[in-house]
Structure formats: structure tokens, C-alpha cells
Design a protein around this ligand. Structure first.
Ligand code: IMP
Length: 193
């Protein structure tokens, strides 16, 4: 089954392909389908933004579309960066800078108050335009430095046990991650259709 991923994020595309292609899905990026848009994320929740992204591509493609809105919630920061994870600190800050921004804001904060989670909401719009959504989370803690070379975004500072999600292999991350869990729900949903 062909699914268009409504995203221009190459790291998300890689993870979607790693997780869904062994299950028999043919994942195409919106770019591969000639759809060069970037929907404005005007929502206040992962659910809203995920639906906005999927809908924008469905309105052009009129065939099954998936989208992911995801981010990091840090309890000590009242849930920040949350839906602003990709833009935290402003447009000029890159992934490394955003990691240091979170680390700076948690300076002196003890281990037990460094709890955090990754959240992903996957939207699926079927060929008739019907929306379904699936949420996955993974609990962890913010570390004290950047660690590991895998992954992307906040992976180097997100600790699960004594390793960051940038220190574990992509296969291991996909089994336990927010995105992996949401995509397993999508898979079960599609199998029941
Ligand atoms: P958006 O869903 O495009 O708004 O962006 C989500 C942002 O959250 C990414 O740019 C990353 O900064 C962060 N993020 C989401 N998922 C992950 C992950 O699996 N690892 C690390 N960072 C993530």
C-alpha cells in the first residue's frame, strides 16, 4: 500500500521507511510525489498540527497520506518545548543549539526533576478523506550533556535508562520510540480495515 508522508523532514522520512517498509508499506515523501508545500503549524496541540499537515497534502494528492507531529515535553519546563520543539529558541538555532538550550535551562536541576517524554501523533487520511490519529510516547530524562551519534533533534540529550536515544541503534530506537509506538497502532488499524 502506498502512503505519502506529509513531511520535508529527512530524519522522519528515514524512520517512517525503517519502520513501515519491512511491514509492506510503500512510503513516498511528499517531495517524491512533486508536492512542495510546507503547511503552517498553527495548531496548539500535536493532534491539531498533525492533522493540518496531513490535510494539506491530501487536498493536493487525494490519496492516502500520513503525517507526524512530534516533540519533546520537559516537565520542569512546564511541558516546553512541546509543539514548538522544531522551532525552540528561534529559526536560527539548529538541533545542537536546541539541545544546549534545554540543557542550560535545566542547569542545577536534580535527576528526579529532569523527567521528560517524546510524543508523536500520527495522522492517517484514507482515500476518502477520513482522518484517524494515533499517539505514541516514550518516557525518559534529560541528561547532562549531548551523547551519541544516531538519531536527530533532541535524541542526544534524551536518556532512557543510562543511554541516550542517540546512543542506541536505529532498530532499537524504533522499537521503543514514540513514533514506533504510534506507527504500530496505525499498522494494526490498517490491518483491520
Ligand atoms: P515537527 O513535528 O516537524 O513540528 O518537529 C518535531 C521536532 O521535535 C523535531 O524537529 C525534533 O526537534 C523533535 N523530535 C521529534 N521526534 C524526535 C525524535 O525522535 N528524536 C529527537 N527529536 C525529536
Amino acid at each position: 500500500m502506498k502512503l505519502i508522508l506529509a513531511s520535508n523532514n529527512k530524519d522522519k522520512l528515514r524512520e517512517f521507511k525503517e519502520i513501515l517498509e519491512p511491514l509492506g508499506f510503500d512510503i513516498r515523501s511528499q517531495r517524491e510525489e512533486g508536492i512542495n508545500i510546507e503547511a503552517e503549524e498553527t495548531g496548539e496541540t500535536f493532534f491539531e498540527n498533525s492533522a493540518i499537515k496531513a490535510q494539506a497534502v491530501y487536498d493536493i494528492a487525494h490519496c492516502p497520506v500520513i503525517a507526524d507531529d512530534s516533540g519533546l515535553e520537559v516537565d520542569y519546563l512546564g511541558g516546553e518545548p512541546g509543539v514548538y520543539s522544531a522551532r525552540y529558541g528561534g529559526e536560527d538555532v539548529d538541533d545542537i543549539g536546541r539541545c544546549y538550550l534545554v540543557l542550560d535551562r535545566l542547569k542545577g536541576v536534580p535527576d528526579e526533576k529532569r523527567t521528560a517524554r517524546f510524543v508523536a501523533v500520527i495522522s492517517y487520511i484514507d482515500e476518502n478523506g477520513k482522518l484517524s490519529q494515533f499517539k505514541g510516547t516514550i518516557e525518559g530524562r534529560i541528561g547532562y550533556d549531548r551523547r551519541g551519534e544516531h538519531g536527530f533533534g533532541y535524541d542526544p540529550i534524551f536518556m532512557v535508562g543510562d543511554r541516550s536515544t542517540a546512543e542506541i541503534s536505529p532498530e532499537e530506537k524504533n522499537k521503543i520510540s514514540h513514533r514506533g509506538k504510534a506507527l504500530m497502532q496505525l499498522k494494526e488499524f490498517l490491518e483491520m480495515k
